[in-house]
Write a protein that binds this ligand. Structure first.
Ligand SMILES: [Mn+2]
Length: 401
């Protein structure tokens, strides 16, 4: 049950209501060249998708007025492009998005000129602030919108934060989609677990997840991590090409995307018999996970949450004989964030919220990494903040090593 057109129309109405009416113009992502006639796998700009459901590159959306009157702008596609890649017909685009009208790109200059007579302000999507930090090249789609609207409007506002605030609180349909993604992921873990004793390598174990997901029409929401032994201490290890050695632990950080929404789950398993030290680290992380999930409830401030997590983590590290009085040693054994939002994006924004709110979905992912011992353990679940507490959406999946 994919998300219906009424979902996208409602999202547009909510955005315009939040902005107090006015005009919003957003672009799809462009297709990026990989080499020659090959493009990188296309992924839609998340806000554009959330407002339209359109999965194709090159489209624009114009939303205006209190009720979110919607015009889609289709890209000019050559006959050859249509023949090889297909495209979206006007009817298809309307059926997906419930847009009121579809115009072609060549009609856009006249449309912008007409809109500029009606509106002084336009809302567009500004650059993601994390782009600079990670030294990413931005997809050119949104910059092209800015260039096109600049001559027509005296005020250009960025609605990225408004969209993030809206997307941080999930509607019932979004929660249902995340549940479906989590369920496929949990089933993939259970399916692969049965094969664990029969595989020799990280990639063979990953193949069991691939098989289960593809058999259920789901894809990976992000590059999966299958990290045996010391590889687990490399947080973003995605080579997944080493041998699984008896006695080692293996960290599996894997999530499916279903109907546009991501899951993000981690378990740590033992390959054959594992020694007492590794079992103790695993047990400590599982215990920490339960305690941290128990903290989550609406109204909990992010600051209080982080402080609670630090207390629990420090105690666990001490119990494992790991000195962590200073922040440096603490960060050495637990170097990543405890949580992030989850939704259309695997690292979905929580809208800069001061406190947890019912309808938020976030991960809880404590880990203990001891590079000098070649041990890494992480457990990650997907948690829905409810009216009175929290629901662990992936809690049905065993945490046993
Ligand atoms: Mn995660």
């Amino acid at each position: 049950m994919a998300l219906g057109y009424d979902f996208f129309a409602r999202n547009r109405a909510r955005l315009l209501e939040k902005l107090g009416g006015g005009l919003v113009i957003l672009s799809a992502n462009d297709e990026m060249q990989q080499a020659g006639d090959m493009a990188y796998p296309f992924r839609q700009e998340s806000n554009f998708w959330w407002l339209t459901g359109i999965e194709q590159p090159g489209w624009w959306v114009i939303i205006e007025g209190r009720h979110g009157q919607t015009t889609l702008v289709s890209p000019a596609l050559s006959d050859a492009k249509m023949l090889f890649d297909g495209g979206l017909s006007v009817t298809e685009a309307k059926n997906i998005s419930d847009a009121d009208a579809v115009i072609t790109a060549d009609a856009l200059p006249a449309k912008l000129a007409a809109l500029s007579k009606k509106y002084k302000h336009v809302h567009i999507l500004g650059p993601d602030p994390r782009q600079k930090h990670y030294e990413f090249v931005m997809n050119p789609g949104s910059a092209r919108v800015k260039k096109a609207v600049t001559p027509h409007f005296s005020h250009i506002d960025d609605c990225r934060h408004d969209l993030a605030e809206l997307r941080a609180i999930k509607s019932s349909e979004e929660i249902a989609a995340i549940r479906r993604a989590v369920d496929v992921t949990v089933e993939a873990f259970e399916f692969a677990r049965i094969k664990l004793s029969r595989v020799q390598t990280e990639y063979e174990l990953l193949a069991e997840f691939d098989y289960h997901m593809r058999s259920h029409n789901a894809n990976h929401a992000y590059d999966p991590i299958v990290a045996g032994g010391a590889h687990a201490c490399t947080l973003h290890y995605t080579a997944n090409n080493d041998t699984l050695r008896a006695g080692e632990l293996v960290v599996l950080d894997i999530g499916a995307r279903v109907d546009g929404y991501a899951a993000d789950v981690t378990r740590t398993w033992g390959v054959g018999e594992v020694n007492a030290r590794r079992r103790a680290v695993h047990q400590a992380v599982v215990a920490v996970q339960t305690q941290i999930v128990d903290l989550i409830k609406p109204g909990l401030t992010v600051e209080a949450y982080i402080m609670g997590v630090d207390d629990i983590m420090r105690e666990a590290l001490r119990s494992l004989g790991l000195a962590c009085e200073g922040i440096e040693m603490y960060r050495r054994y637990f170097p990543h964030a405890i949580s992030h939002g989850l939704g259309v994006d695997v690292h979905d924004s929580l809208g800069g919220a001061h406190a947890l709110t019912a309808g938020m979905v976030l991960t809880v992912e404590p880990g203990v990494y001891i590079p000098e011992e070649g041990i890494g353990v992480r457990i990650e679940d997907d948690i829905l903040v409810t009216a009175h507490g929290a629901e662990n959406l992936s809690g049905k999946l065993s945490t046993a090593y």
